[in-house]
Design a protein around this ligand. Structure first.
Ligand code: FAD
Length: 402
């Protein structure tokens, strides 16, 4: 007898599970609330679709912090190399960028998604859009559809509903109370890979919002990273800030305050900077001394002035120290709706090693809705695909124990 499987959520996680389960001969229906599939996946494609990372596997697998150990078997079964091979099988060649990040050569997601949906249809997967899961029914799942309410009672189901970032693309975390009501522990969803609010003065905000700070180095509990970030109307954002976001968020939560330390002149040592600044004509304007002695102007110079009171009076040694370790006090993370991804989600303690929810036998979960987080760099999509595959194998094994 063919088994009926319901997959709720048509993002990369759900689609990967549908691919594996239909290939194993099961009858699969994917229910997606939005009018089209993979909207967040397509948005990720707008910045090139960083689909995985080429670094050493052990390093890669350690990027998921406290969830690394639980994710490891899924990542071993679908490695970054497998991601590239799988994409190629769908006609999407990939390349390794200078940072080791892997992107499709076409730098977008739409051709991959189109080919993927074609493959699923060819494998007999039924794809239902505008079908929103609205909660549990007696032995089943209730959906709101254009034809009215529907209840389905499959042999097994997978929820792959994503986190809570960018809710207008479909993942709105409406599932949290429904699973909690069924006894599933859900760790509070929090912004990950996000910007932070900073109390900029009105003048600084008006002049510099949108300006990038290029070639700087930044430090937090997460470590020291080089790159660039952007001054926003509310604070700071951009890839270099995202790299620190988990550390800053956790410190804010634990201690109520956190700072990002910025080195505005990473190419010069503190000593050399001190010497170069001390050599400047004391009668020259502060801007000139800063420009000639430290190579700083524009937004970098303005940031120093913004954060250091009465900067004209500081000694060259002190100025050098400030340039090398300028403290930006962050107030709070930007709202989760603006974040790249979510931390928190379904607790690992309530998932068995096959991704089945312990309190709800027959219901599996995968992807971003689980309690893990990772930096940007292709880790998110790889873990979504890998857990989608692992949950599909879990469903197959549960339906057909051999
Ligand atoms: C701007 C941006 C850029 C990104 N860039 C990258 C990148 O370059 N590399 C990377 O690795 N990651 C990137 N990510 C993150 C990555 O896109 C996500 O981690 C990934 O899409 C999560 O996959 P998922 O299938 O678990 O969830 P989602 O992609 O969120 O899919 C969940 C699906 O479930 C549907 N759904 C939700 N609730 C219901 C319901 N009640 N009923 C039916 N359907 C429902 C949603 O509509 C959605 O289609 C980016 C994210 C953003 C926001």
């Amino acid at each position: 007898m063919t088994k009926q499987i319901t997959i709720i959520g048509g993002g990369p996680t759900g689609l990967m599970a549908a691919e594996v389960l239909s290939a194993a001969g099961h009858s699969v229906i994917v229910y997606e609330a939005m009018p089209t599939f993979g909207r967040k996946f397509l948005l990720a494609g707008k910045s090139g679709l960083n689909i995985t990372h080429s670094e050493d596997f052990l390093k890669f697998a350690a990027r998921f912090g406290s969830a690394s150990a639980r994710l490891r078997p899924a990542l071993e079964a679908f490695t970054p190399g497998d991601v590239r091979h799988w994409a190629l099988g769908l006609g999407t060649e990939t390349f390794v960028g200078t940072s080791g990040r892997v992107f499709p050569t076409v730098m977008k997601a739409s051709p991959l998604l189109r080919a993927w949906l074609r493959r699923l249809e060819a494998q007999g997967v039924a794809l239902r859009t505008r079908h929103r899961w609205i909660g549990f029914a007696q032995n089943g799942y209730r959906f709101e559809t254009p034809e009215g309410p529907v209840t389905v009672q499959p042999d097994a189901a997978l929820v792959a509903l994503g986190g809570a970032s960018w809710p207008r693309l479909g993942s709105d975390a409406a599932w949290v109370p429904w699973l909690k009501d069924k006894g599933v522990e859900v760790v509070d969803l929090q912004p990950a890979n996000c910007g932070f609010d900073v109390a900029w003065s009105g003048t600084f905000r008006e002049r510099f919002a949108g300006e990038p700070l290029k070639s700087v180095s930044t430090t937090s509990d997460a470590g020291t990273f080089q790159g660039e970030f952007v001054i926003s109307g509310q604070g700071i954002e951009g890839s270099l800030v995202y790299a620190h976001s988990a550390a800053l968020r956790d410190r804010l939560f634990a201690q109520g305050q956190a700072t990002l330390t910025v080195d505005l002149a990473p190419g010069r040592t503190l000593e050399r900077l001190g010497r170069d600044l001390a050599r400047q004509d004391a009668k020259a304007s502060f801007s000139n001394r800063l420009r000639k002695g430290a190579g700083l102007e524009g937004v970098k110079a303005a940031l120093l002035r913004e954060l250091v009171g009465d900067i004209n009076r500081v000694s060259p040694e002190e100025l050098a120290r400030l340039i090398k370790s300028l403290q930006i006090p962050v107030l709070r993370p930007r709202p989760i709706a603006e974040a790249i991804s979510s931390a928190g989600g379904i607790a690992w303690s309530d998932l068995d090693e096959n991704y089945m929810l312990k309190p709800l036998p027959g219901l599996f979960a995968a992807g971003e809705m689980l309690d893990w987080e990772a930096p940007t760099g292709g880790y998110l999509l790889t873990a979504c695909l890998a857990t989608g595959l692992a949950a599909a194998k879990g469903i197959d094994a549960w339906l057909d124990p051999r």
